[in-house]
Design a protein around this ligand. Structure first.
Ligand SMILES: *[C@@H]1O[C@H](CO)[C@@H](O)[C@H](O)[C@H]1NC(C)=O
Ligand SMILES: *[C@@H]1O[C@H](CO)[C@@H](O)[C@H](O)[C@H]1NC(C)=O
Length: 442
């Protein structure tokens, strides 16, 4: 009896030490199990193109340093559903770290240049969900990263929505926890306002994404809300229908980074609408965005093995890159947003987004609440029935200048264009007015 009770108590303790309670999306916020609001303090983590969550020793080394950094989330771009992730997921949980992970792995990317959503992709996405749903510290799944990042790529949007619809239905049919299924967007001013509204419009949440992530590099220290144009991001995020947060940030120009944008994101007005930020990225590699290294660069760039890719060591004991790492650690240690308690929060306060009309110049080409593709459908024809916009938002053709990551082979590009690049178009401004008036009406 006593033995059993003792054993139960001890194993209970062990379990509670390892377990991290699941976080849920409710309205436009994330909440911890105890009802406090959860804010992402995250780092992008992809040590090499393949799955970084299979080497328990490595994960443990990294998770311990991430804990010291003050991170509570990592973002991973590619995993191999067939591998065992128990060790890494436990190492992360033990360090208090949640995971955001792409369902897209290799060869399953929803590609605007060859647009379809079929059962080959569906099955592979489902396998990633099958492999990860069981970990309480999975915070969310992405159906895509930066699929829509240039002119003429917006017809991919209904396909992204179809993928979200099908993966959410799969999750629910399987009886899995309601792990949020979202999207991570490139910050392209001609596309972002329409895209974020489109993915959350139409009034049927089963068809919509559960959260919206933004990869934005427009805050380069020193900066301000206005200069960085974060004030514009904030305008469009006001009362957003689902959680919205940065899934990549951390401009390195001119450097070193002070991470002052974290102050902006975690204080008013942004903290009322944003759920935090993932900084880009953990490992120092060719793009120079890293905050740690595993050793000095390797001279022989042709060396490609388990230790080295593209001249950078990919495993070992992480060494902070100074001062960027320490600056972020100090910054996060000074930031403790309390947000709102779930019990005091009314999710009906969020706005309803109208499905945007298409714009001129080939940017947003999806006119209104178009019929979503069925599973197995290939794109043909057009989603633009009436070219209805009066403004031409294509005047500025600035393209992504963000980092190229090992992890985000098809993405990882952010819009690091100078703040002045992003101006509200006439169309955008009127859209914002509609959205804001809707929000006030509701
Ligand atoms: C899905 O489309 C791709 C690309 O056309 C193709 O290779 C694959 O066989 C398709 N899957 C099915 C089940 O038709
Ligand atoms: C909402 O969307 C789901 C998935 O597409 C669909 O099955 C359901 O019928 C829709 N509900 C309504 C009320 O249209």
């Amino acid at each position: 009896m006593l033995r059993t009770a003792l054993y139960a108590a001890i194993s209970g303790l062990a379990a509670s030490a390892a377990a991290l309670n699941a976080v849920e999306a409710y309205g436009n916020k994330f909440f911890n199990k105890d009802g406090s609001q959860f804010f992402v303090k995250g780092v992008a983590y992809q040590l090499r193109p393949e799955d970084p969550l299979v080497d328990t020793t490595q994960c443990t080394l990294d998770a311990n340093l991430m804990k010291e950094l003050g991170a509570n989330t990592i973002r991973v771009y590619h995993v191999d559903a067939a591998s065992n992730h128990d060790g890494c997921m436990k190492a992360l949980a033990d360090a208090g770290i949640y995971l955001l992970v792409d369902l897209d792995t290799f060869g399953t990317y929803i590609d605007p240049g060859n647009l379809y959503w079929n059962s080959t992709q569906y099955d592979k996405y489902a396998k990633v969900m099958d492999a990860f749903h069981k970990y309480d510290n999975v915070l969310g799944f992405f159906i895509g990263n930066e699929n829509i990042a240039k002119k003429d790529s917006s017809p991919a949007a209904p396909f992204l929505k179809a993928a979200a619809r099908d993966m959410k239905a799969y999750r629910d049919n399987k009886g899995y926890r309601k792990i949020p299924v979202g999207y991570s967007a490139a910050d392209i001013k001609e596309l972002r306002p329409m895209l974020q509204d489109y993915l959350t419009c139409g009034g049927n949440s089963s068809d919509n994404i559960d959260f919206f992530g933004l990869n934005s590099y427009s805050w380069c220290d020193p900066s301000t809300l206005t200069e960085s144009t974060y004030d514009q991001l904030q305008l469009y995020a006001k009362n957003f229908p689902v959680p919205i947060f940065f899934t990549e940030t951390g401009c390195i120009v001119p450097g070193p980074r002070k991470w002052d944008d974290q102050d902006a994101i975690f204080s008013k007005p942004m903290v009322d609408d944003w759920s935090g930020a993932v900084v880009y990225e953990w490992i120092q590699e060719g793009n120079s965005y890293g905050i740690i290294t595993y050793g000095p660069p390797v001279k022989d760039v042709s060396q490609n093995d388990v230790n080295v890719v593209d001249g950078f060591v990919r495993k070992g004991t992480p060494t902070p890159k100074i001062p960027d790492f320490d600056n972020l650690k100090t910054k996060w240690a000074s930031i403790h947003p309390t947000g709102v308690k779930k019990a005091d929060y009314d999710p009906k306060g969020v706005s309803t987004r109208a499905c945007p009309v298409s714009t001129a110049g080939g940017w947003w080409q999806v006119n209104g609440n178009v019929k979503l593709p069925a599973l197995g459908e290939t794109h043909s024809g057009t989603y633009t029935t009436v070219p209805s916009a009066t403004a031409d938002p294509s005047a500025d053709t600035s393209s992504s200048k963000g980092p190229k990551a090992t992890g985000s082979s098809k993405g990882g590009d952010g819009d690091s264009a100078a703040a002045s690049d992003r101006q509200l178009t006439i169309f955008g401004a009127s859209l914002a007015t509609i959205v804001l008036s809707l929000a006030i009406l509701l």
